[in-house]
Design a protein around this ligand. Structure first.
Ligand code: NDP
Length: 262
């Protein structure tokens, strides 16, 4: 599907894998030039080589950095400005979840989790703000259903996710009317973290399809399966596009119906 990004520039953090990579691909297919970042240089350069092959050198910029490094993110924004001259969409996607209960979460774990969840939004937003303002652009935060539906075995991720959702709402007011700010709330998407957990499954003879199907049944996902990274990317591309021009401060669930709140 083409989401109408011809001539636009998008930035995707955590763009080397899963939802981030699917978003990069969707935006490139929709006409945007895309800058992506992630920490692991080798995986990023492998991914970038394929993107350049498919979409051309002039439409792809990849930089290895952590979104927790404010100076590196600022430098990245400067490179995007020099290379493309603008930024129309910022997708704050970089991160991962942490499995731990209250009993086995220490203070350093709490600090690390809050730092990751909040500063992965704060640093890129601050760095790209002047370009986003000039372009009258949009920010899409990739967040989790855990923000509204906490799980005890992911105690610090759930509470940090709730904080992110609160931050996004404030940003949507402070940055209006120039910049729209929305979020997606993911349920279980069959990418990064679930692939890692699949690799560590107890019964190594179980296929990925069977393991995912059993997981969907155990979690009670009404649509009966895990989501695909491309399905999350479609929601992100929509929220960042002109088709969502009157939507800000909103959250769109991509969970196969997993939410229990109204
Ligand atoms: P993946 O593990 O597949 O991808 C995560 C991406 O983020 C990678 O490119 C990774 O690259 C990058 N990344 C991680 N930390 C940093 C950092 N500090 N700075 C820059 N890049 C970073 O994850 P998913 O696609 O599954 O998830 C995408 C987002 O959605 C994450 O924030 C995740 O927490 C969230 N989410 C996912 C759910 C799911 O079911 N998949 C459910 C709810 C939320 P590298 O490691 O090289 O830095």
């Amino acid at each position: 599907m083409h989401y109408g990004y011809d001539g636009k520039v998008a930035v995707v953090t955590g763009g080397s894998s899963g939802v981030g990579l699917a978003t990069v691909q969707t935006l490139l297919q929709s006409g945007a030039s895309v800058a992506l970042c992630a920490r692991t240089e080798s995986r990023l350069s492998d991914v970038a080589a394929v993107l350049v092959r498919d979409h051309g050198q002039d439409r792809v910029l990849a930089r290895a950095l952590s979104v927790l490094d404010a100076d590196a993110v600022k430098t990245f924004a400067g490179e995007v400005e020099s290379r493309f001259g603008r930024c129309d969409l910022l997708v704050n996607n970089a991160g991962q979840g942490r499995i731990s209960t209250f009993a086995d979460t220490g203070d350093d774990d709490w600090r690390a989790e809050f730092e990751l969840k909040l500063f992965s939004q704060i640093h890129p937003t601050r760095a790209f703000l002047p370009m986003l303002r000039r372009a009258k652009g949009a920010i899409v935060a990739v967040n989790s259903l855990l923000a509204y539906q906490p799980e005890a075995h992911m105690v610090c991720t759930s509470s940090a996710r709730a904080g992110v959702q609160n931050l996004i709402k404030s940003l949507s007011v402070e940055l209006a009317p120039d910049i729209r700010v929305n979020s997606i709330l993911l349920g279980l998407i069959g990418s990064g973290q679930w692939l890692r957990r699949f690799a560590e499954r107890e019964d190594q003879s179980q296929s990925r399809a069977d393991w995912y199907a059993a997981l969907a049944a155990k979690k009670g996902i009404p649509l009966g399966r895990l989501g695909d990274a491309a399905e999350a990317a479609a929601a992100i591309a929509f929220l960042g596009s002109p088709a969502a021009s009157y939507i800000t401060g909103a959250q769109l669930e991509v969970s196969g119906g997993l939410s229990r709140h109204i």
